[in-house]
Design a protein. Structure first.
Length: 224
């Protein structure tokens, strides 16, 4: 029987930081923090859960700053073309854990600029992006199924939450031992797009062996 596994990733900036109010915030309060929930739905409809950390990286924040003012930052060491980029693709990898301990994730760090070991998602699906020949021929980025604006109950129910949902079908990443995922920015969400891509956020989790009996559903929340 086909099983679905659901991964929920939440990102926010410290305890109560999303509640707008006067008062001094310490540096520790402003550190980007987050949480990811992984659900596996078994044949009886029960859910098993484990939770791990998620992080918006410095590069993602630099991209966001350029996008806000529609101007590339000439001071960056590499040209990210940030003013033209937006969050648009999911990437996956198998480098989120120690080789000797596949069930203990290595927490992402804010200086990450890519996945530790990215894997091919689909060999033929042209609705994906980032076609490569090495190390395995195929597409390395997956499109989003949906992007939904949601209200934030901590901020007068204003639309400050993005719910991004990419789904790996039974044919995607088959046989891969997945332990990390990232949201990437690009200048296009069209199938077959070749890049440039920049990491926006990264999450690591205990190894999930993806096979043809399982869909993997990511639910990634971004707060603005």
């Amino acid at each position: 029987m086909e099983k679905d596994m659901e991964v929920q990733a939440h990102d926010y900036y410290g305890d109560n930081c999303l509640v707008d109010k006067a008062g001094k915030k310490t540096g520790s309060d402003r550190r980007p923090q987050g949480y990811v929930k992984i659900f596996e739905i078994d044949e009886a409809g029960n859910k098993k859960i484990v939770g791990k950390s998620n992080l918006v990286v410095y590069l993602g924040r630099e991209i966001l700053a350029q996008r806000l003012v529609n101007q590339n930052n000439s001071y960056l060491s590499d040209s990210t073309n940030g003013k033209d980029q937006f969050v648009s693709w999911l990437g996956l990898g198998d480098g989120g854990v120690n080789v000797s301990d596949p069930y203990t994730p290595i927490a992402p760090v804010i200086s990450d600029d890519g996945l530790s070991s990215e894997v091919m998602i689909n060999s033929t699906d042209s609705s994906c992006a980032d076609l490569r020949v090495i190390p395995t021929a195929g597409y390395y980025k997956k499109y989003f199924d949906s992007i939904i604006f949601e209200t934030d109950s901590l901020n007068e129910n204003r639309y400050l939450i993005l719910k991004i949902t990419p789904t790996l079908s039974v044919d995607d990443a088959d046989g891969e031992q997945l332990s990390e995922a990232g949201l990437f920015t690009s200048a296009s969400s069209a199938g077959g797009y070749g890049g440039q891509f920049n990491l926006f956020a990264r999450v690591t989790f205990p190894t999930i062996i993806k096979d043809s009996s399982r869909r993997l559903i990511f639910i990634w929340y971004l707060y603005v």
